[in-house]
Design a protein around this ligand. Structure first.
Ligand code: TEU
Length: 543
């Protein structure tokens, strides 16, 4: 139960609050905003990595797992953060990037010098396979000093660790135990289902990226059980979540089942590919609502039937803002943001609030490549240009897909740089910050912020929201996402119109009360409920 009533807030530290005027978010800045998060009602804060890193992939290229990049602050700053979080009953979740390290890590540098112990920490071959990096280009990079290639599923500065090596596995357990000793009890594991490679010697016959050889690999459960036993599994307060790339339900019911002693829960992404044409991220298509509903429902049912647990989210630092992607970030910004929040928070699992979604932050709509920082985005700009796409087409794609969309500075107020920093921020603030910011949200009793606050409060109040079974409703309806959550003594019904067109749900809510709504009134006519643009109504009754 320790995580089934919790709500996690994700902070992208680089963009949350700058305190020392260098245009870069930092730990003292985070501390200054803890009361805002406490008031929102969240229980855990997931911090994206703040370790020493060359920042080629914004910290997911770790060069020292035990020390903070000074641009975020010092160990003393962290210890103050830990104390201030504890005072507010907020847990800290750190992000463990164990599939790879930066090529600036001491281990990799010693490997390049030919130290066999550290060479064995990575994956080397004389001859590369045809595998492609998830950030474009070959997944192998030549190291002249060794006359060999090393594997990197992501950027060439992110060398994959060799998890076959027990010393690597022990290093990772030791890193977790170090942070547990510092008072961190919650951990997110980056692309952790990629750590076990079946082989690295075979070309991908479909000339694809090779993911079939390393996704949910043959020893991944064994490695996770060992990591659990040697680290966080010994910590009764531990809450863990694994980011699972291109995974399957069959594996996730094992990753996130307490009996398997692997992790507490998983992030999966199938529902966030319903606007990928032919499942290709950089090929746009309008999102498929029925597919979105089908995927969310099938995973809810599959996980609950197996007694496994899901992380619930539509936003994170790798995704464009859901409000711009699935909602309407202009005329119906408030209504659609609330609708997306309601279906996320009222499904079965642990909800994650990504910084800024609680105030309806939108995509950045940058117009020039000079505004983009993300390595994935700048790489794809060059790749698409080589493929002959016009710059106008490429900018349209980046405006819809770039990870920078969600990494723009948190919009606190209408002051310079949205109150994030007095200096030029490392990434531009989104254009609409004067109207969309925390200060405005706190003044407006009908704001998205207060709707999130209600959702979080309801989770603490109603058992049916925490643990109730998920039952899909109106499955064939082409614009309403509807489901019931139920226990032996309670029933909750969620009706959400995902479109601007008005519609109605033919469903009896006799004996139910309205628990939450995103319009001033609720229009019921007999056994039918009218749903205006992006209208959501939540009904509740004790059985
Ligand atoms: O993300 C894994 C990953 O594949 C994402 O980059 C996402 O799937 C991709 O952007 C969609 O095109 C994790 C981290 O969350 C991400 O920030 C890192 O860049 C990546 O791993 C490498 O560590």
């Amino acid at each position: 139960m320790k995580y089934k009533d919790k709500v996690v807030y994700q902070i992208y530290p680089k963009s949350f609050q700058d305190s020392n005027g260098d245009g870069w978010g930092d730990i003292p800045g985070i501390i200054s905003r803890l009361d805002y998060l406490k008031d929102l009602g969240i229980d855990v804060i997931w911090f994206n990595p703040m370790c020493i890193s060359p920042q080629k992939d914004n910290g997911y290229d770790v060069a020292d797992y035990r020390n903070f990049d000074p641009r975020y602050g010092t160990m003393e700053d962290f210890e103050r953060l830990s104390k201030e979080c504890e005072k507010r009953g907020i847990e800290i979740m750190f992000d463990m990037v164990f599939n790879h390290t930066s090529t600036e890590h001491e281990w990799f540098k010693r490997a390049l010098k030919g130290e066999q112990k550290y060479k064995d920490y990575y994956i080397w071959r004389k001859k590369p396979t045809n595998w492609q990096s998830k950030f474009g280009g070959s997944a192998w990079e030549y190291a002249e000093s060794l006359d060999e290639y090393y594997l990197h599923l992501f950027d060439k500065t992110q060398a994959d660790l060799n998890w076959e090596n027990p010393e690597v596995r022990q290093e990772c357990a030791d890193i977790i135990n170090y942070w547990i000793s510092k008072g961190v009890h919650c951990f997110r594991f980056d692309v952790v289902n990629l750590i076990s490679k079946a082989t690295v010697d075979e070309d991908d016959p479909n000339n694809a990226d090779g993911r079939q050889f390393y996704t949910d690999g043959p020893k991944v459960h064994e490695y996770l059980q060992e990591l659990n036993a040697n680290s966080f599994g010994q910590d009764p307060a531990a809450i863990t979540v694994g980011e699972m790339s291109s995974t399957t339900l069959a594996n996730c019911v094992r990753y996130a089942n307490e009996d398997e002693k692997e992790l507490s829960m998983v992030f999966t992404f199938h529902h966030l590919k319903v606007d990928y044409k032919d499942l290709k991220k950089w090929e746009l298509k309008p999102y498929d609502f029925l597919e979105l509903k089908r995927l969310l429902s099938s995973w809810q049912i599959g996980m609950q039937e197996a007694g496994a647990w899901s992380a619930l989210f539509l936003n994170n630092h790798d995704q464009p803002r859901a409000l711009s992607r699935f909602g309407n970030d202009t005329v119906y910004r408030k209504q659609s943001a609330k609708t997306l929040a309601a279906i996320t928070h009222l499904m079965r699992g642990t909800p994650y609030v990504y910084m800024g979604e609680e105030i309806g932050m939108t995509n950045a709509y940058f117009k020039d490549i000079s505004q983009y920082v993300d390595v994935e985005s700048t790489n794809i700009f060059e790749i698409l240009k080589k493929e002959g796409k016009s710059e106008a087409e490429i900018y349209h794609i980046l405006q819809e897909r770039s990870r920078d969309n969600s990494r723009t500075p948190m919009q606190w107020n209408a002051d310079i740089n949205a109150g994030f920093s007095k200096a030029k921020p490392w990434l531009e603030v989104t254009y609409n910050y004067k109207d969309i910011n925390v200060e405005e949200s706190l003044k407006d009793k009908d704001s998205i912020y207060y709707f999130y606050k209600d959702l979080i409060r309801l989770r603490k109040t109603y058992e049916v929201i925490r643990t109730g079974l998920y039952v899909p409703l109106l499955e064939d309806d082409s614009q309403i996402f509807a489901f019931e959550r139920k226990t032996e003594s309670e029933s909750l019904i969620v009706l959400a119109n995902f479109y601007e067109q008005e519609t109605s749900a033919d469903l009896s809510t006799k004996g139910y009360d309205v628990l939450l709504q995103n319009y001033p009134d609720v229009l019921t006519e007999g056994d039918s409920i009218r749903l205006r643009p992006f209208e959501t109504v939540v009904f509740y009754r004790s059985l």
